[in-house]
Design a protein around this ligand. Structure first.
Ligand SMILES: NC(=O)c1ccc[n+]([C@@H]2O[C@H](COP(=O)([O-])OP(=O)(O)OC[C@H]3O[C@@H](n4cnc5c(N)ncnc54)[C@H](O)[C@@H]3O)[C@@H](O)[C@H]2O)c1
Length: 239
């Protein structure tokens, strides 16, 4: 089976009702990113950060996968599919995708807010599934007594899953980039990691205006329209 890799960004979930932030002047649901998605924001006002992600989690739990998420899950019938996502929502998994790598974390999980540098060298980070939508600063603590924080990679933090994503891209026969402005580094550089034989597509309503290597076919459509188009292209290739 051919190896097909999907690389998705916030635009993937826009048709599920979850806003991107670059489409609304750098605001994410009316918050400035510096106030809610950085380690400094947590240090300054953990209550605000916790509330922000509680609201995002609630919204994500109430949202449903859209037809593009479902189309990607369906590709598993014909391809060995891997999804690399910048999204913190779990809509790919809920659509049925079996193999999803979250570069920026998963909002349905929590981790300790204890600084990583304070963990001993061979101690791995632990993740805790969150019951429902709410994490509470006083009530929800890790075994060492630190408040749990969302398992989300904030701006300025390392992206530990990126190495694994590079290996997946290096190995792809088909690579589909969906709904990302390719503005968040280091992950945006992933589009340069595909082999020369790889068939590559870039679906985004603003695809015409964004930087991407010429190996990519630009598909200036929404995620659901673009996935419909790709299903037809891949079907024709198989016939
Ligand atoms: N759903 C989520 O989990 C979510 C939502 C917002 C932000 N974030 C976090 O913020 C980071 C960057 O966010 P961002 O908003 O700048 O994402 P981004 O950089 O991935 O940009 C969003 C892109 O989506 C495109 N888009 C808008 N509507 C679309 C549609 N219907 N179909 C396809 N594409 C569409 C826009 O043209 C834009 O290029 C993410 O990597 C993530 O960590 C996550």
């Amino acid at each position: 089976m051919k190896k097909l890799v999907v690389f998705s960004g916030a635009g993937m979930s826009a048709e599920s009702g979850i806003n991107t932030f670059r489409d609304s002047d750098g605001l994410w649901e009316n918050y400035r990113i510096e106030d809610v998605a950085t380690p400094e924001a947590w240090a300054k006002n953990p209550k605000l950060v916790q509330q922000f992600y509680n609201q995002r989690r609630k919204q994500i739990i109430e949202a449903k996968p859209n037809s593009a998420h479902l189309a990607i899950a369906e590709l598993e019938k014909d391809f060995q599919v891997r999804v690399i996502t910048q999204n913190i929502d779990d809509l790919h998994e809920r659509a049925g995708s079996q193999n999803v790598l979250h570069l920026h974390g998963n909002i349905r999980l929590a981790k300790s807010s204890q600084k990583l540098s304070k963990l001993s060298l061979n101690q791995e980070e632990s993740y805790y599934p969150i019951e429902g939508w709410e994490l509470d600063l006083e009530r929800d603590l890790c075994p060492q007594g630190y408040p749990l924080r969302p398992h989300v990679v904030w701006f300025g933090e390392a992206v530990p899953a990126y190495e694994q994503a590079i290996h997946m891209a290096n190995d792809a026969d088909i690579f589909i980039v969906i709904g990302t402005s390719l503005a968040v580094y280091p992950v945006a550089a992933l589009v340069h990691e595909i082999p020369t034989h790889c068939r590559a597509f870039y679906i985004d309503p603003k695809a015409d205006h964004q930087q991407i290597p010429s190996q990519y076919e630009r598909i200036t459509m929404t995620a659901s329209e673009g996935m419909q188009y790709i299903q037809d292209v891949l079907q024709n290739d198989n016939d």
